[in-house]
Design a protein around this ligand. Structure first.
Ligand code: FES
Length: 249
């Protein structure tokens, strides 16, 4: 277990905070760490900054993430990693599609050639849209409080996708599935960041399995071609207790 000290805390949206800490280790965009919260447990979190100062971006979903959002400058943070396969980096124009806190793992990919569709339920919940050049940015909200009212698909259909060298997608599985279905058969390269229950993070417990692959070791980033082979994607997943549950969208 590695430990470090929190050196900065940023409130990104009313419910999302980024926690910065020093960690002298090479981490690639898309990789994650298992963060240990004493007395509660471990959760996987992608790095939202991979430079000298590392950062995780957390929204409170349950006891572990709730405890993380309460860390302050000077608090200790415990973790292990980095784990997982990173995003494939390309030289040309890229399109980032982030739903809700999914923008966190896409943040290390932002550069001057990045375009983005940033979506959230409301205007207040849009994450890291301020990091994208205004002319390259498409905002989408469920309630229409800013940008297009609807889903990232409504923005996607207005773009010429052949311009992009790569499309990176991260967000809830329903969003991933809809985007995957709309890109299927088109001449595009895309990678999807998937989420499953993770317990060990190192390919031992099988809690994160999808079609015989393990997200923690074989993913959690998968290409279009790999997703195409998955029967369980968008259909079922394992619960915390190991029971297979049907994803009802
Ligand atoms: S989290 Fe244990 S095998 Fe992936």
């Amino acid at each position: 277990m590695i430990h470090s000290t929190v050196v900065r805390v940023d409130q990104n949206t009313p419910t999302v905070r980024s926690i910065g800490f020093k960690w002298d280790c090479k981490v690639l965009p898309g990789q994650f760490i298992m963060v240990w919260i004493p007395g509660i447990g471990e959760i996987p979190i992608s790095l939202s900054s991979t430079g000298n100062l590392k950062e995780i971006t957390v929204k409170s979903y349950g006891p572990a993430s709730d405890a993380l959002t309460k860390l302050e400058t000077g608090s200790r943070i415990f973790f292990r990693g980095p784990y997982g396969r990173p995003f494939t980096l390309v030289k040309g124009k890229t399109l980032l599609i982030g739903g809700g806190s999914g923008m966190a793992s896409l943040k290390p990919l932002i550069n001057e050639r990045s375009y983005a569709i940033v979506s959230a339920r409301t205007r207040d919940e849009l994450l890291f849209s301020d990091k994208i050049h205004e002319g390259n940015l498409h905002l989408v909200t469920d309630d229409g409080s800013i940008g297009i009212k609807g889903t990232p698909l409504n923005a996607l259909e207005k773009l010429n996708l052949t311009e992009f060298e790569m499309i990176y997608v991260c967000g809830p599985e329903i969003m991933l599935k809809k985007i995957f279905d709309s890109l299927r058969g088109k001449k595009v390269r895309a990678e999807f960041a998937m989420e499953r229950t993770m317990k060990c993070g190192i390919g031992v417990c099988d809690s994160c399995s999808i079609d015989g692959l393990q997200l923690c070791r074989d993913g959690s980033i998968f290409s279009m071609e790999e997703v195409m082979e998955m029967e369980e994607f968008g259909r079922t997943k394992l619960s915390e207790s190991g029971r297979r549950i049907i994803l009802n969208y």
